[in-house]
Design a protein around this ligand. Structure first.
Ligand SMILES: C[S@@+](CC[C@H](N)C(=O)[O-])C[C@H]1O[C@@H](n2cnc3c(N)ncnc32)[C@H](O)[C@@H]1O
Length: 325
């Protein structure tokens, strides 16, 4: 099961197509939060292990710590791209479930938008715990919406179909309505015939249908499906992806011998020159990444405080800090 999840990260497409264009707007603000967190929790002599470094986002926003960080990443292709872009980077191919390091060899372990993509948090945190020194720290930042793939895999095993649910802020992909597979099959006959085929396919293979439909031109189909399912099973539980992930991470940390020091959403803030990244959106002076949701807007009051070519950037990251007990 976990292999299947890792296969989603066989190359750097997601980073180039989706992550970078979004992140570059908010990077200085994310860097502000990460630097303050490191200042509070990481000592200059600490050795740091990064899990799932991708193309090196963490080191890019915290360059001061680059020499201390041993980056690791499971995908050889992503490591290759990372090394091509950053020839000096200290990155190694390694899977979190089987780390090629001695027991107790790091003071701090870090993940940046990584643990939400893992299929087995318990096994990952056990293995991280093995290589962490006594009282070593675990720090995780989530700057994007938690991965939905892990949720599909997790609920498929429990016989549950996660249907799209659009939260009051109208956030696409933010939440799912959880319906027992048998209940979902039983309401098929009550649907209009032209809807039955789509629903039947979704019920049998929710993950691939969702991925297929999750694009602007098909979003209305997901919205209609969400409305229909809400009408049919109004009492089914609706859970937000980020809430599912953070709850699972906290529970797994406790189960695997870590004490949670801090866990919650934290803001990083920066005032930056409006440049290429912000210029296309000239009506906006407050750029806000809210854990993967873009809440950017124009704030008339802020306009008084900013210089003529400045914008304010805020990045809200789900930040979890724990200590091996
Ligand atoms: C959402 S990306 C984040 C990458 C990077 N930290 C960033 O913020 O750009 C998740 C990364 O975790 C890696 N990953 C997934 N499963 C892993 C595993 N079992 N062991 C190590 N890395 C893994 C993926 O290959 C991918 O690069």
């Amino acid at each position: 099961m976990t292999e299947r999840l890792e296969d989603r990260w066989s190359d750097d497409t997601n980073f180039r197509k989706y992550f970078n264009p979004y992140r570059e707007i908010f990077r200085e603000a994310s860097a502000d939060l990460v630097s303050r967190t490191f200042a509070d929790h990481v000592r200059t002599e600490d050795t740091i292990l990064e899990i799932g470094s991708g193309l090196g986002e963490l080191v890019m926003i915290a360059p001061k710590y680059a020499a201390q960080i041993q980056q690791t990443e499971q995908s050889p292709k992503i490591v290759e791209s990372h090394q091509r872009l950053n020839p000096d980077s200290n990155v190694k191919v390694a899977n979190v479930y089987d780390l090629p390091f001695e027991d107790l060899s790091f003071d701090v372990a870090i993940g940046y938008a990584v643990f939400d993509t893992l299929g087995n948090l318990d096994d990952a945190l056990k293995e991280v715990g093995r290589v962490l020194s006594p009282n070593g720290k675990f720090i995780h930042f989530l700057d994007l919406v938690a991965s939905c793939n892990t949720i599909f895999v997790k609920y498929a095993e429990q016989g549950i179909v996660p249907f799209p649910a659009f939260t009051p802020g109208n956030d696409a992909s933010g939440a799912f309505r959880l319906v027992q597979r048998e209940t979902a099959r039983s309401f098929l006959n009550s649907l209009l015939p032209q809807k039955q085929d789509l629903f039947a396919r979704y019920i049998e293979n929710p993950e691939s249908c969702y991925q297929l439909l999750y694009q602007d031109k098909h979003m209305h189909i997901l919205r209609n499906m969400a409305k229909e399912v809400e009408r049919l099973v109004p009492d089914a539980k609706v859970l937000k992806l980020n809430d599912i992930f953070t709850r699972d991470l906290e529970e797994s940390l406790r189960r695997n011998g870590y004490n949670i020091i801090d866990s919650g959403t934290r803001d990083g803030v920066a005032i930056v020159q409006r440049n290429g990244r912000h210029r296309e959106r000239s009506d906006i002076n407050l750029f806000h990444n809210d854990n993967g949701f873009d809440r950017s807007r124009n704030d008339p009051q802020l306009a008084q405080e900013l210089g003529s070519n400045q914008v304010k950037v805020v990045s809200t990251l789900y930040t979890t800090i724990a200590q091996k007990s």
